[in-house]
Ligand binder design. Structure first.
Ligand code: 2P0
Length: 328
C-alpha cells in the first residue's frame, strides 16, 4: 500500500453487480461479513453502480446519496464500516460524501449492495489517496456487504472464505477473465419491489433450520464444483452446479422459522421452463435472495432462449460477463 497524490480528495469508481453460481449464505462473523464457505460468481456487465467520493472537513457526518435519494444516516451503517476503515488507515477525522447511481433497482435480488459497496470502497479509498491492492480492496468492500468482495475482481471470481479472525485472508480473486467463456447473460426482472427479508436476516434464520447441517455439507463443496465447470467450460457441469446450489438455498429458506420465500410465481414459471429446456439446449439459471432470475446460455441456444424470455412478458437485460471495479 502506497500513498498517492490526490489533493482534491475526490474520485469516481464504477463496479458491476455479480451473480453467484456457488452462493454465499452463512457467516462466521457478521460484523466483518466473513463467510462460512467459499463462493463463486460472475460479474454482470449490464448492471453497475457509479460512485463519486469526496472527503472534506473534519466532521463525522458522512453522507450517501443514491440516485438522488439521501440515505438516512441510521441506515448508512454498512457503507460507514468502509469509510471508518479508511479513516483509521489515514488517521483522519474527515467526513465523506458518496454520490452513487445504480442503473438497476436496489434490493430486488440483483446485488445492488455488492456493486454499491465495491464502487464506494474503490472511490473512497482512492479519493483518500490510498492505493490498495485488489485483495485489500476486495476485503474493504466486504466490510460493507459480503458479496461486494466479488465485485472488485473481473470476470469469474472466487471469494475465499479464509480462516483468519480479522478477515485478512477473506477476499475474492479472478479465476477466469470475462472473455474466458463467451456466454450470454439475461437478467430477467420479475420484480423491482424491495425484498421483505434482507440477506443478512435470511442467513441468520437459515442457521436455525432443521436442514442447516445438510445444507452446510453441500455448500462447503459447491465452490469447487462450480470452479471446475467454469475452468473447463463444461456447460452441463455448470448447469448441474448452478441448479443444485440455487435449489438448495431456496429450499433451505422455505424451512426457516419464520419461513422465507424469495421466489415469485413468475420466477418459478421461468425456472421450471429452464429446467425442462436445459435437457435439450445449453441454458441454465439461478436466483439470489430475490425474485429475479438470471439466465446463462451458449451462443447456439441464444435465439430460443431469448424468444422464450420475451414470451414471458417481463422486462429483461441482455448482457455479458463483466469486468472488475475501476476508476473513471
Ligand atoms: C450470493 N447472496 O452469493 C448470495 C446468494 C444472496 C443470495 O450474497 O449481509 O447482501 O451484506 O453480507 O452480500 C447477498 O448477501 O449480504 C448474497 P451481507 P449480501 O450472492
Amino acid at each position: 500500500m502506497t500513498d498517492i497524490q490526490n489533493d482534491n480528495y475526490i474520485a469516481t469508481a464504477k463496479a458491476h453487480a455479480n451473480i453467484a453460481v456457488a452462493k454465499y449464505w452463512g457467516k462466521r462473523d457478521s460484523l466483518l461479513n466473513l463467510p462460512l464457505f467459499d463462493s463463486v460468481a460472475f460479474s454482470v456487465d449490464g448492471l453497475y453502480t457509479e460512485t463519486t467520493a469526496v472527503w472534506d472537513e473534519d466532521d463525522f457526518r458522512d453522507e450517501l446519496i443514491i440516485n438522488d435519494w439521501q440515505v438516512p444516516s441510521h441506515v448508512m451503517g454498512r457503507v460507514q464500516r468502509i469509510l471508518d476503515d479508511i479513516r483509521a488507515r489515514m488517521g483522519w477525522s474527515k467526513r465523506c460524501v458518496l454520490r452513487s447511481k445504480n442503473n438497476f433497482a436496489r434490493s430486488a435480488g440483483l446485488a445492488s449492495s455488492a456493486s454499491g459497496c465495491a464502487a464506494a470502497a474503490l472511490a473512497a479509498s482512492s479519493a483518500a489517496g490510498l492505493e490498495l491492492s485488489e485483495s485489500q480492496l476486495s476485503s474493504l468492500a466486504r466490510l460493507g456487504s459480503g458479496s461486494a468482495a466479488r465485485s472488485i475482481p473481473a470476470g469469474w471470481t472466487r471469494w475465499h472464505a479464509g480462516s483468519a479472525p480479522d478477515g485478512s485472508d477473506s477476499y475474492a480473486v479472478t479465476i477466469a477473465p470475462p472473455n474466458h467463456w463467451n456466454l450470454h447473460v439475461f437478467v430477467v426482472q420479475i420484480s423491482d419491489v424491495r425484498k421483505s427479508v434482507s440477506s443478512t436476516e435470511g442467513m441468520e434464520r437459515c442457521k436455525r433450520s432443521a436442514f442447516w447441517d445438510a445444507y452446510r455439507l453441500e455448500a462447503s463443496q459447491a465452490a469447487d464444483f462450480a470452479q471446475s465447470a467454469i475452468l473447463q467450460r463444461d456447460f452441463d457441469a455448470l448447469t448441474k452446479a448452478m441448479h443444485h446450489n440455487m435449489m438448495s438455498l431456496h429450499a433451505l429458506c422455505l424451512t426457516c422459522d419464520p419461513p422465507v420465500c424469495y421466489a415469485a410465481p413468475k420466477s418459478l414459471e421461468l425456472v421450471q421452463h429452464i429446467l425442462r429446456a436445459c435437457k435439450a439446449v445449453q441454458v441454465c439459471c439461478t436466483m439470489d435472495a430475490g425474485a429475479n432470475v438470471v439466465v446463462l446460455c451458449e451462443g447456439a441456444s441464444y435465439p430460443f432462449v431469448k424468444n422464450d424470455i420475451i414470451a414471458l412478458g417481463v422486462p429483461f437485460i441482455q448482457t455479458r460477463i463483466g469486468g472488475g471495479a475501476r476508476l473513471i
